[in-house]
Structures are given as structure tokens and as C-alpha cells.
Design a protein around this ligand. Structure first.
Ligand code: FE2
Ligand code: FE2
Length: 406
């Protein structure tokens, strides 16, 4: 027996329980094999979900595959179906949803996917009053960035920091040092031996590389105290980390890109969203709702509702925090890699963001996949059939590393 939203029912499924209307009368009886007319009746009567059974194993697989395809299509409406990248991604997500359904995954019904309007409330900034510059200026006046970040940045800029120098700065911040060691010892870094000190970690990962990762981890802390009533911070960081992991794995397949730079860029790629949220929480919610109601990617919804995007904010805030140029450039262009100076990095991050969004669909996520151009994808020289192993590796790592970092 499966609980199933009315809109996902396929003719031929059998009711496992009576369906009753609002007045308590039986609309359709248990055992009825549903046809198109019954399904229309259920939807017209406002029945959100029913319990169904499917007799034959073979038939069940066919039904579930059908449902998986229909469901996933909704999140791919925005993207070009002829793209080789998009169609491979679609197949991967359909398989994940199909496997999930077989194991009892309940897909969110249409009315949950489509958000309802919230009452209009006031922001610190109003949409028509402040542009990205004003928001970032205000943000900078609110709180200061962690001290350890700037000390690390100085070391990075000096270009001659030793393992001992880096270890000294990182170790002055116990929480940071602990996280960094856990992360470096995680399967994501796949080091040949376990490291027990930051100095050892520097020796194995590299001065610049480890410092960049430390910068990323210290930056996360800045956003730790954002109230979560309106925005699910756990989901946000899971998405960010997912992009970091994907970026690092993809970078390992691509020439001339640094895996750690890509991990840090992935981890911080949507910081602009947090700046937006901190300063304009209600407009952010409005944007989220617009994206869900119209099934468009967030970045498009921002452009329409706000007139600018989170990448504009990321760019400005990372500039004022003096983030390494490469990371800032990659983050700023993760939805528009063609304008990037470090184009390969921006493309990798765009692929990573698409993969992360697609995986989220298979786990009940509510936002559409942003999509990308095949010509950009081809610049990576990444074979399309590498996407599956990349997704598998990511899925094995995500939960363990999430526990390490947050
Ligand atoms: Fe983004
Ligand atoms: Fe993203």
C-alpha cells in the first residue's frame, strides 16, 4: 500500500482504502481500479492523497517509473531538454526518485510544492529603496568578520607562509582547527595517512590550498547566528556543502584547476543569499515563493522580484572581505560562467550547482534545476558518463562531511 498524491495517480492503480469526501460520504470504494474519470473526480473533489496498491511487481515498476518521470519533469521545465548535460542529469534524478519510490519515498503533493503567498511584511530595506551596494554597506556595519580570517588572508597574501605559520594562526582558533583536521581526514581528501596536526595537514594538502579551505570554514561561522524561522539554514548549508563536494570531485577530473579552491568556492557560492536574507528577510521569502509558484530557478526569481541577484551581493561582500580573486570570480559567475576570468572554475561550479539541485529534487527539494549550456560543459572535457560516478561518490560523502563541518 502506498500513500500517493492524487495528481500522481496513474489509471490502473487500485484503491487500498475507501476515499471519503468532505461530508464523510464514500466517493470511491476500496478495491476500485482507478480510471481517468476517477482521477479527475479525486482532483475535482480536492482530495490531496489516497492509498493505493499495485498488484503485479512488474506493473508496480512501470507505474513508479512513470511517476518518477512525471515528477522530475516538473523540475526540469526551465531547462533545454535537448541538452546532453540536462538529459543525463534528468535520467540520473529519475533513477534516484524511482529507487526512492520503491523504498517508500513519499513525494510532496502539488499544493506543497506550490507555495502560498505570505502576508507582506517589512524589511530593513525595501525592494525599491536599496540596491546591492546599499545592502552590503549595511551588512558591513552590522558585524565584523572573524579575526582569524584576516590573519589567514595576510598569510596567504604574503606568499611565503610556512606550515608552522599557518598552523599557529589556525590553532589559535580551536573550533576551526578541529573542523579543519576532521575535514582533511575525511574521505573527501582521501589522504594516504591520518593527520594529527595542522602542520602535517599543510604538508600534505599544501600551504595555499589548506589556507583557502580554512578561509572558507571561518567565513561560514560569520553566518552562524542567522535566525532560522524563515529560512531553513540546515538545508542551505547542506546545499552549499553539496556544491563544495561536487566542485572538488569534478575538479579532480579537469586539468588546471585546484580542487581546494573549488571546494571553498562551492562552500561559499551562495553567500549572497545569506546577505540578502539577513537584510531583506521578507523579500527573500517573496522571492522563494515566486520561484516555487512559477517553477523558475531562484536566480531568475531574484532578477524579476528584486532586480538583482545573490551573485551581485556575493561579489560585493567578497570584495570587501578581500577574498582571493579567483574564489570571488568563480562564485560571482556560477550562474553566468561566460563572464568569468576563471571560466573553467565557474563552469565547474555551475555543473556542481546543477547536480546539487538535481539531487535535492530526489530528496524532496522544491526548487527547479537551473540548467546550463552544453558548450560550456564541453569546455571541461568531462565525459558525460562521468556524471554518474561523480554523483555516487558525492552521495557517499555528503552526510559524513556535513556532520564534520556544521
Ligand atoms: Fe546560486
Ligand atoms: Fe546554489
Amino acid at each position: 500500500m502506498k500513500k500517493m498524491c492524487s495528481e500522481y495517480i496513474i489509471p490502473g492503480m487500485m484503491l487500498a482504502k475507501d476515499v471519503t469526501g468532505l461530508d464523510g460520504s464514500v466517493l470511491l470504494e476500496k478495491g476500485k481500479v482507478l480510471d481517468d474519470k476517477d482521477i479527475k473526480l479525486l482532483i475535482d473533489a480536492g482530495i490531496d492523497y489516497v492509498y493505493v496498491t499495485i498488484k503485479e511487481k512488474e506493473e508496480e515498476e512501470r507505474f513508479l517509473l512513470n511517476i518518477a518521470e512525471d515528477y522530475v519533469s516538473k523540475f526540469f521545465m526551465y531547462v533545454n531538454p535537448d541538452s546532453k548535460f540536462v538529459s543525463e542529469l534528468f535520467k540520473i534524478v529519475v533513477e534516484l526518485v524511482f529507487d526512492g519510490l520503491k523504498k517508500g519515498l513519499e513525494l510532496p503533493c502539488e499544493d506543497i510544492l506550490r507555495a502560498k503567498h505570505v502576508e507582506r511584511m517589512k524589511d530593513l530595506f525595501f525592494k525599491d529603496m536599496g540596491g546591492p551596494e546599499d545592502i552590503v554597506k549595511h551588512e558591513l556595519s552590522l558585524a565584523s568578520f572573524p579575526d582569524v580570517y584576516f590573519r589567514l588572508k595576510k598569510l596567504l597574501d604574503s606568499g611565503s607562509a610556512s606550515a608552522k605559520d599557518i598552523a599557529e594562526v589556525v590553532s589559535s582558533d580551536v573550533a576551526l582547527a578541529t573542523k579543519l583536521l576532521k575535514l582533511v581526514n575525511s574521505p573527501l581528501f582521501a589522504l594516504a595517512k591520518k593527520v594529527t596536526s595542522i602542520e602535517q595537514a599543510v604538508a600534505l594538502v599544501g600551504e595555499e590550498e589548506l589556507t583557502e579551505v580554512a578561509l572558507g570554514l571561518s567565513a561560514i561561522r560569520y553566518f552562524k547566528d542567522i535566525p532560522s524561522e524563515l529560512m531553513d539554514m540546515k538545508t542551505f548549508w547542506k546545499h552549499s556543502l553539496s556544491c563544495g563536494i561536487f566542485s572538488k570531485i569534478i575538479a579532480s577530473y579537469v586539468k588546471d584547476v585546484n580542487e581546494e579552491t573549488m571546494f571553498t568556492a562551492g562552500l561559499l557560492h551562495d553567500v549572497g543569499k545569506l546577505i540578502l536574507f539577513k537584510n531583506m528577510p521578507y523579500s527573500t521569502v517573496e522571492t522563494l515563493i515566486f520561484a516555487r509558484e512559477n517553477m523558475v530557478p531562484m536566480v531568475e526569481a531574484e532578477e524579476i522580484v528584486l532586480g538583482f541577484t545573490h551573485t551581485d551581493l556575493s561579489n560585493l561582500i567578497m570584495e570587501s572581505w578581500e577574498f582571493p580573486d579567483e574564489i570571488r570570480d568563480i562564485v560571482t559567475h556560477h550562474h553566468s560562467p561566460r563572464g568569468a576570468n576563471f571560466k573553467k572554475g565557474a563552469i565547474i561550479l555551475q555543473v556542481a550547482d546543477n547536480l546539487a539541485n538535481a539531487i535535492e529534487v530526489s530528496r524532496g527539494g522544491k526548487y527547479v534545476v537551473p540548467g546550463m549550456n552544453d558548450e560550456d560543459f564541453d569546455e571541461l572535457n568531462l565525459p558525460i558518463n562521468a556524471l554518474r560516478p561523480i554523483v555516487e561518490k558525492h552521495n557517499q560523502l555528503l552526510d559524513t562531511i556535513l556532520a564534520t563541518i556544521l
